[in-house]
Design a protein around this ligand. Structure first.
Ligand code: CP
Ligand code: NVA
Length: 308
């Protein structure tokens, strides 16, 4: 049984295989209506629980759609409507859900909840985002980059703004896929040292930049995310806005990157804060391809976990 907890866990070969599989499933569906099932139905007879302890549009809808396209059935639960919301442990929840369903996708707060769930589940568990990482997102991002610009190995990624959960998964991906990454994050908002250390230990060049303009130079991919994540408290808003303001992705930043650079954002985006409308809605932005690819990559991740 395989879980999908973080990008640093599977082998690089398995990760590349997941991306290839996602691309082939995507092209097999070209021109078909979204609601139509795939011709292969590998999840037929299987039931997947989607547990969301935080809000979600893309993750929730893309997993639900993906399970149905693969012929399976899905149930979506919010943390508040389960006993998780009243303090039942992740371990007991895992033992119980494993008696009913064939796979669990969970979006939760602390990483230790995810790890405890995975440790005690007897069915595969997929990380749908924690305060620390967002691996399904970044797998979709790597797929999207490669669709537009070819292999990501040896390319240069520049991350702008808050060194958050998505940024940490980019550091895992830098290590596994072999790209270099520049972190244009002010000092208080740099990602955890363990993620930087992991990428470096895998041979990826990680540069900590202070000048956003310099950070963008030579970048093939410019990425940012909302300044305030779901796990941040509202009282951080003004402080973050002030500290991160200089790291906004705008036309000057994109002009400093390579001529062929593309722009990504996991969404939801806050136009005028971390990114201008001109960039988000401009010709270099691939944000809606990114959102679409969540569907394809997660289908491949679920098939990897279930070995079907
Ligand atoms: N990018 C992403 O995970 O979006 P949701 O929060 O809408 O799922
Ligand atoms: N960093 C964001 C990602 C949302 C998909 C958050 O955790 O809120």
């Amino acid at each position: 049984m395989k879980h999908f907890l973080d990008i640093d866990q599977p082998s690089a070969t398995d990760l590349a295989g997941i991306i290839r599989h996602a691309r082939s499933m995507k092209s097999a569906r070209l021109g078909r209506a979204r609601g139509v099932r795939d011709s292969a139905q590998p999840l037929s007879g299987r039931l997947v629980a989607l547990v969301f302890e935080k809000p979600s549009t893309r993750t929730r809808v893309s997993f639900d759609t993906g399970v149905r396209q693969l012929g399976g059935e899905v149930m979506t639960l919010s943390g508040a409507e389960t006993q998780l919301g009243r303090g039942e442990s992740s371990a007991d929840t895992a033992r119980v859900l494993s008696r009913y369903v064939d796979m669990i996708v969970i979006r939760t707060h602390r990483e230790r909840n995810l790890l405890e769930l995975a440790e005690h589940a007897t069915v595969p568990v997929i990380n749908g985002l924690t305060d620390n990482t967002h691996p399904c997102q970044v797998m979709g991002d790597v797929m999207t980059f490669e669709e537009h610009r070819g292999p990501i190995a040896n390319r240069r990624v520049a991350w702008f703004g808050d060194g958050n959960n998505v940024c940490s998964s980019f550091l895992h991906a830098a290590g596994q896929f072999g790209f270099s990454i520049t972190l244009a994050c002010p000092e208080p908002y740099r990602p955890g040292e363990e993620y930087v250390a992991y990428a470096r230990s895998m041979g990826a060049a990680v540069t900590l930049a202070t000048d956003p303009q310099v950070a963008a130079e030579g970048a093939d991919l410019v990425v940012t995310d909302a300044w305030l994540s779901m796990h941040d408290t509202e009282d951080l808003r003004n402080e973050k806005r002030e500290c991160l303001g200089a790291f906004q992705v705008n036309d000057q930043i994109m002009a400093a990157a390579t001529e062929n650079a593309i722009f990504m954002h996991c969404l939801p985006a806050y136009r005028g804060e971390e990114v201008t409308s001109a960039v988000l809605d401009g010709p270099k932005s691939v944000v809606f391809d990114e959102a679409e690819n969540r569907l394809h990559i997660q289908k491949a991740i679920m098939r990897y976990c279930l070995e079907v």
